[in-house]
Design a protein around this ligand. Structure first.
Ligand code: ADP
Length: 620
């Protein structure tokens, strides 16, 4: 059977390396212009991470520059003594003091260089820690509604995936730029002191090299950029060949040879590009070195002319050659670090912008203390629209909840029940209208303190990779009796009884000895979590969606029976479960369509009665 022809689809890279095209298009002048700001930012981060190591890196690099300069100046002394008239032993003796200075300078320069390297290496882990702490400090603190904003979400992905990761290399590259610049300044200073005409000579020697270095870096970058789609393609196919989830279908559909051909096609494309890069880089290197050679040749010619004309002594010319060599080395480092700094800087700027945006999304500080409890919650005319959404999720909702009541919110999908519950829980701030706990407007209190007085049992509860105990206590310790009481109310005690380590069992199979629970068992843990919290208000947002109608009814009965003075808000689709609620609010298109007791609503013969009759007939 002939093989099907392969169709390789294109892969989009924009979401992966959003700044890749910026890097291939931008010229060196643009890079140089942004450099000071980037260095300032990087040093700022380093400074916050560790003042001592930042200071040490810069001070030791500066000292390194000073010793380089001393060494070069002393070299002139050595050469002057050696090139003078007289018997060789005398000339060597005369050169000894300068030679000692050269040796000491070289030793000291190596020592401070090592010290600077150490301080710089110490900075890296501290910066990683500080940036991650800053990122996660903000992501866990911003208002919940930020997560409903696609723009925030995209920015967060970029900051999390690349921005925060490059922080330490941004600092490393910035310090490398500074160190290399110090090295160049030191040699330029020495040349200026020896003879002013040597300064333009330095330029002549380093410019061709600079050009070649920039060209090489751009070429490398452009190739790597071009390779992104191919590599990504290769990884996707590689995953299909080596991951667990497609493994069964790879076999049952005998996909192996097809996938291997696909892999080979992409891998070959990558290989061809890499080979082409190797050739172009070799050519560029030859060209760069040829240009560098011409530059250096010109320098020697000029030096020769200056010597012949008696403008500079032989010893100075010798030192100049050494100084120019050392400057070329520093320049290569500078070019490399600058390029990297600019590229990493683009991603790092994403991180900084994300942080600035997140700071603006932090919850407001509360003016008033949260009331110790309430007799009455009054929701007045509340409106709410999700970011980026054209229609409001809530439009002018008013309701009243008294202490100890069980209040049900019902309505069809998308009618606004969850949104209203989140506003009651202090997770979203209403765009219009107010929520009062007695006389206190919740807009005036610290949302975090309010949330401590509220418990939410949600349908999409988190399965925390923690022990059963921590999954119920959520990091608060109210003692063993409170833990067991909460578990018993939720029926989680039966789950715990079946676990090898009881409450200390880790609920995540990825850890050694970890256990997995069924959906229904997890749901009991989540209910226990809600009951364990010392809250005035308990919000149950469809916690029972995974259960059948009978189990849901039994659970709601349990919640009602054990509310112990808590006020309970029940959200469910199944109207049979809310029959015994003190009051039922029926939501429709983000507004309250009707409210009252079950009997009153049935007598009303409105939306509730319709829905109830419809559901009841389905069960008959
Ligand atoms: P219910 O809980 O009654 O099913 P919700 O409160 O979840 O309803 O949703 C109310 C409305 O808000 C729906 O139209 C829904 O599409 C919209 N909505 C819910 N969550 C979001 C969100 N994160 N972003 C944008 N719109 C949302």
């Amino acid at each position: 059977m002939p093989d099907e022809p392969l169709e390789l689809s294109d892969i989009s890279i924009s979401d992966w390396y959003p700044h890749a095209d910026t890097m291939t298009e931008v010229g060196f002048p643009a890079i140089a212009r942004r450099l000071p700001a980037l260095i300032r930012q990087a040093l700022g981060i380093a400074w916050t991470a560790s003042r001592r190591d930042t200071l040490a890196t810069i001070a030791l690099s500066l000292l390194g520059g000073v010793f380089t300069a001393f060494g070069l100046l002393a070299t002139t002394g050595v050469l002057t003594a050696l090139f003078s008239q007289g018997p060789t032993p005398d000339r060597v003796m005369a050169a000894l003091p300068s030679l000692a200075v050269v040796a000491v300078s070289a030793t000291l320069r190596s020592a401070v260089g090592a010290g600077a390297g150490w301080a710089q290496a110490r900075l890296t882990p501290q910066i990683s820690r500080a940036t991650e702490q800053r990122l996660y400090g903000l992501t866990s603190h911003v208002e919940l509604v930020a997560y409903d904003d696609p723009e925030f979400h995209d920015a967060l992905e970029r900051a999390n995936n690349r921005g925060a990761v490059v922080a330490d290399s941004v600092v490393t590259e910035a310090l490398d730029v500074v160190t290399a610049a110090i090295g160049i300044c030191a040699t330029a200073g020495v040349l200026g002191v020896l003879h002013p005409v040597l300064l333009p000579l330095l330029l002549l020697a380093v410019l061709p090299d600079a050009w070649a270095a920039v060209r090489g870096a751009r070429m490398r970058y452009a190739t790597m950029y071009g390779l992104i789609p191919t590599r990504r393609h290769k990884w996707i196919v590689g995953d299909l060949l080596a991951e667990r989830s497609p493994a069964a279908e790879v076999r049952s559909f005998t996909m192996r040879s097809f996938l291997l051909r696909l892999y080979d096609a992409v891998a070959r494309a990558e290989q061809d590009l890499m080979l082409r890069l190797a050739r172009r880089q070799a050519v560029a290197r030859v060209l760069g070195e040829a240009l560098g050679g011409i530059g250096t040749g010109l320098v020697y010619v000029v030096l020769g002319l200056l010597l012949a004309g008696g403008a500079i002594p032989l010893a100075v010319a010798g030192t100049a050659v050494l100084a120019i060599r050392s400057a070329q080395q520093s320049l290569n480092n500078l070019m490399f670090a600058t390029n990297r700094l600019y590229e990493q800087g683009l991603y790092f700027t994403d991180f900084l912008e994300f942080c600035a945006d997140a700071e603006r999304r932090l919850p407001r500080a509360g003016r008033l203390p949260v009331p110790g409890g309430f007799e009455r919650i009054a929701v007045r005319d509340v409106t709410f629209t999700y970011p980026g959404s054209a229609t409001p999720a809530l439009r002018g909702v008013s309701l009243e909840i008294r202490r100890g009541e069980v209040v049900a919110l019902v309505g069809e999908n998308g009618s606004g029940k969850t949104t209203l519950a989140k506003i009651l829980a202090g997770l979203y701030a209403p765009a219009g209208g107010t929520v009062h706990w007695d006389d206190t407007d919740l807009a005036d209190v610290d949302p975090e303190a309010l949330r401590r007085r509220t418990a939410v049992i949600a349908q999409d509860h988190t399965r925390w990779p923690l022990t059963v105990r921590d999954n119920i206590t959520m990091g608060t310790d109210r003692g063993r009796p409170a833990l067991e009481r909460a578990a018993a109310v939720a029926g989680a005690d039966e789950v715990v009884a079946g676990l090898p380590l009881g409450y200390r069992t880790l609920l995540d199979r990825r850890f050694a000895g970890g256990q997995e629970l069924s959906g229904g068992q997890w749901q009991r843990i989540a209910v226990a979590r809600g009951f364990h919290r010392d809250a005035d208000l308990l919000i149950c947002d469809e916690p029972t969606a995974a259960l059948d109608a009978r189990a849901e009814h039994a659970l709601f009965e349990r919640i009602r029976a054990h509310a112990e003075g808590r006020t309970v808000i029940l959200i469910t689709h199944r109207l049979a479960s809310v029959r015994y609620a003190d009051r039922i609010y029926v939501l429709e298109h983000g507004g309250i369509a009707e409210h009252g007791s079950h009997e009153a609503l049935m007598r009303n013969d409105g939306l509730y009665a319709d829905l109830y009759t419809l559901q009841a007939s389905a069960y008959k």
